[in-house]
Design a protein. Structure first.
Lengths: 670, 181
């Protein structure tokens, strides 16, 4: 039997044997957990967490939803990647969501999320997420916890500086990580980077009632790498701040060549002005191709439309719109405090954290306190816009979040710690170790105008020995801290899926009441819906066969289908007739090359099955639904091409011969 | 339980009295050290472990410990560490090292050691004549390259380069002193 005591003593013996080198390990790297920590994270059975924490999944292309303070995984929301658990990307209805101008992309990299806000406060409507590799922005509906829309970003590569939103969710923003040739001939030598490569930042308008996105305009920028961005708040509402690295414009070995200058930049964009220029016709429509995919909850189906043009603003025609702020050493996070006055640039290779003042930025612009130009754009004088520098904060500052008491919390990758500092006098107040090599951090409501504080989560990049080993790959480790006191206190480790980057937590009350439980069957407008067993049928159109099927505890209708021929494409349109929360049905058929589908109550989903061999193909419900779940099954008979077996279907009737009447069924009318 | 008590004492031995350690074990549970505490004898050695395995770098390793940089340098990096040998430290004026090792000079020691570390893994091939590199403490070093000999700040020569799991160590024959700003 497994004995924790025995395991512990083995670990300790190993520790002692190699203790000589590290016997004087710095106390700073150790952390003590106080006796009441367990009580602070314990959510009793049947009780709910205080916060939903929406956590980007990084390379898995999904979003994980966790409860805070328990750290329990509540849901995985597939966004840019197929997801077997829900059939996302496998059902005919969801396949268009993963379509791009390059065809289907089944797996992308989702780094950042942003929760919709009104007046800078969470409104509990949508989550926005970026597709990093094939540039896209997604909108997830917080009522259904499903991806509702995905829009591809043209003239972009490496959509990293995204999908951050303006204060009232007027826009979600997408900035290019990679500059690339934009428009015209794109088949150029890579070493012509300085002449030919440009960046863009895209402003995607969000419809205030439907949430529907469309690219309002793009701004052409110098060929730097945009890393992250944040919108202004309150007084800085009209502005957007983008961190940029590689102002050296290197195109190879960036590890060395993009670290040559002492300072890179934060690019400040007056988006209100950009909006005016766009309205005034200063931009021009340029030819592009990008996919715009929308999931309709009434038809339970997605459509993918390829758009052909986008409005491009060239700053040459739009003066006083863009300014560059010098920022030390390849800034990563650029974060705006809840008041909108302070912009924190975290230069990941810098030995300090500069804090810029929005008021001083405005004064410098008004007084033209410039320090030369960058690619023709005014560079504001560093000292003139600086509020202060946090000196020696730690090593490798990456991201900063805020509480509601004027404090900032910055993650330090190299020194594996979070540093709490006061914005007013840029003084370090406290530091706690993280395990290990923290990337992002999240204070509850940290990016909003009214942070909730209370808890903070560290999302670490390296796990190593924090959990029981699981081979070379380990779940990423997150750590929960209590930040109610002067000292930050570690409460809990919890594993996360994928590799979290940005995460944002919202009080449960802002979402839970609006969470939908079922799709109403009478509102189902799917073209192949069966709103009752009486509407089930099988139709042949050439070599396409459409099975209008229903699922309800505990049978599928029809469950005996004959007359399918080798070479047919069979579409099983399965409607879940249940109107009962948390009673999905699944559908799988032997030898289907397209896995399975899962159907929510009231929903219709379609599995495509290619009949390529004669024989009997059993099908069944894959989601345990009732005591007779195991009886919820049926058979499809596939006959050779040219066979005379007639199309027939039914449930509850044993067909005596091959020549049963077409459409025989004994199922009751719904 | 006696085994556990022993390890708690060991962990605190440098910083706390045994009374304090006992008190801590009653109220609090230690939840781990930094990455340097990870038990792993299979992975390639990181820059700290490589340096610790060198008999020519005992002064440097002692200084890294004193400056509490063991964990930082055990992290993912990547780092380029310019590692002065014991002989290089011996070239400093008498008493300099002893002075830096005093508790009250910890920040100064950290600053000096961080001046020897660049975030980024730079093989000797990547070092170019005239190149400046911004070090972890914020100061710059200048590389010169002549006839295959690589010097830092025209004062220290790279005598060997040793790859590590989280970067590379360039062994140098003099301690780098930051030019006054």
């Amino acid at each position: 039997m497994y004995s924790p005591g025995k395991l512990l003593s083995i670990i300790i013996i190993t520790a002692v044997s190699s203790a000589s080198l590290f016997s004087c390990k710095p106390k700073s790297a150790q952390s003590a957990i106080s006796g009441d920590a367990a009580g602070k994270v314990y959510v009793a059975p049947g009780k709910y967490d205080e916060f939903y924490d929406f956590v980007s999944g990084g390379f898995n292309g999904q979003i994980g939803v966790y409860g805070i303070p328990s750290g329990r995984l509540l849901r995985i929301i597939p966004v840019f990647s197929t997801h077997p658990e829900s059939g996302w990307g496998y059902s005919e209805e969801t396949k268009p969501m993963l379509n791009t101008s390059h065809g289907e992309v089944p797996w992308d990299d989702l780094h950042h999320i942003a929760l919709s806000t009104t007046n800078g406060e969470h409104d509990g409507r949508w989550v926005f997420a970026n597709g990093n590799n094939t540039p896209r922005i997604a909108r997830i509906d917080m009522k259904s916890f499903r991806t509702a829309e995905i829009i591809e970003i043209p003239n972009s590569a490496g959509n990293h500086s995204s999908p951050f939103i303006t204060e009232n969710t007027e826009y979600t923003i997408a900035g290019t990580r990679f500059s690339v040739p934009i428009q015209g001939n794109q088949d150029v030598a890579i070493n012509t980077y300085k002449q030919n490569f440009k960046g863009t930042v895209s402003f995607i308008k969000v419809d205030p009632s439907s949430g529907r996105m469309n690219i309002a305009f793009q701004i052409l920028t110098p060929g730097v790498n945009f890393d992250l961005s944040r919108a202004g708040k309150k007084k800085s509402h009209d502005w957007f701040f983008f961190s940029c690295y590689n102002s050296e414009k290197a195109n190879t070995l960036l590890e060395v060549n993009a670290s040559a200058k002492d300072k890179d930049f934060i690019m400040a964009v007056n988006w209100k002005k950009a909006e005016e220029y766009a309205k005034a016709g200063k931009g021009k429509m340029v030819p592009v191709e990008y996919a715009h995919n929308v999931y309709d909850e009434k038809t339970h189906s997605a459509t993918s439309t390829i758009e052909k043009q986008v409005l491009l603003l060239d700053p040459k025609d739009c003066p006083d719109m863009i300014y560059f702020i010098p920022c030390p050493k390849s800034p990563h996070g650029t974060d705006v405090d809840p008041t909108g006055e302070y912009i924190v640039g975290s230069g990941k290779l810098a030995a300090l954290i500069p804090v810029f003042s929005f008021t001083k930025i405005q004064q410098a612009i008004a007084n033209k306190t410039y320090d030369g130009t960058f690619d023709g754009f005014p560079v504001l004088k560093y000292e003139a816009v600086l509020h202060g520098e946090v000196k020696k904060p730690g090593l490798g500052p990456l991201h900063t979040e805020f509480d509601n008491d004027g404090n900032a919390y910055t993650s330090m990758f190299v020194s594996s710690e979070i540093v709490k500092w006061r914005i007013k006098d840029v003084t370090v107040l406290d530091r706690v170790p993280t395990y290990y090599s923290i990337g992002h951090l999240s204070v509850m409501g940290g990016p909003t105008t009214k942070p909730y504080g209370k808890y903070m989560v560290a999302y670490n990049k390296i796990t190593k020995d924090r959990y029981l080993p699981t081979g070379p790959e380990l779940a990423q480790s997150a750590q929960l801290y209590d930040i109610t006191g002067e000292k930050m206190k570690l409460l809990l480790d919890f594993p996360t899926v994928g590799e979290p980057h940005y995460a944002e937590a919202i009080p449960a009350s802002k979402i839970s009441a609006g969470s939908i439980k079922i799709y109403k069957i009478e509102e189902n407008a799917h073209p192949f819906v069966s709103k009752g067993e009486g509407q089930t049928k099988v139709e042949r159109k050439g070599n396409q066969v459409h099975v209008y099927m229903t699922a309800i505890r505990s049978h599928l209708t029809p469950d005996n289908i004959e007359g399918i021929k080798v070479g047919d494409d069979v579409y099983f349109h399965v409607t879940n007739l249940e109107q009962d929360w948390d009673v999905p049905h699944g559908f799988a058929i032997k030898n289907a090359n397209n896995a399975e589908v899962l159907i929510m109550p009231g929903e219709t989903q379609t599995l495509k099955f290619k009949a390529d061999k004669a024989g009997i193909f059993p099908f069944y419900c894959t989601d345990f639904c009732s005591a007779l779940h195991q009886e919820m099954q049926g058979y499809l008979r596939v006959s050779p091409t040219g066979s005379s077996v007639a199309l027939s279907w039914g449930t509850g009737k044993t067909n005596p011969t091959d020549s049963v009447a077409k459409g025989a069924t004994t199922s009751t009318k719904n | 339980m006696p085994v556990i008590a022993t390890i708690v004492l060991c962990m605190y031995a440098c910083n706390a009295t045994s009374n304090e350690a006992q008190k801590a074990s009653e109220e609090e549970t230690l939840v781990g050290g930094g990455q340097s505490a990870v038990q792993d004898n299979e992975s390639a050695k990181d820059v700290v472990k490589v340096a610790a395995g060198s008999k020519d770098h005992t002064t440097l390793v002692a200084a890294i410990k004193q400056a509490e940089l063991v964990d930082a340098l055990s992290n993912a990096g990547p780092f380029t560490v310019f590692a002065p040998t014991n002989a290089a430290f011996d070239k400093l004026p008498k008493g300099t090292v002893e002075d830096l090792m005093k508790a009250e000079n910890k920040e100064k020691l950290q600053d000096i050691l961080q001046y020897h570390v660049f975030v980024g893994s730079l093989k000797a091939d990547y070092l170019q004549d005239g190149q400046t590199l911004n070090e972890v403490n914020g100061g710059n070093i200048t590389i010169s390259k002549k006839d295959g000999k690589i010097m830092i700040n025209n004062s220290a020569t790279i005598v060997a380069s040793i790859p590590a799991s989280n970067g590379i160590i360039h062994v140098i024959d003099a301690v780098l002193l930051q030019p006054s700003k």
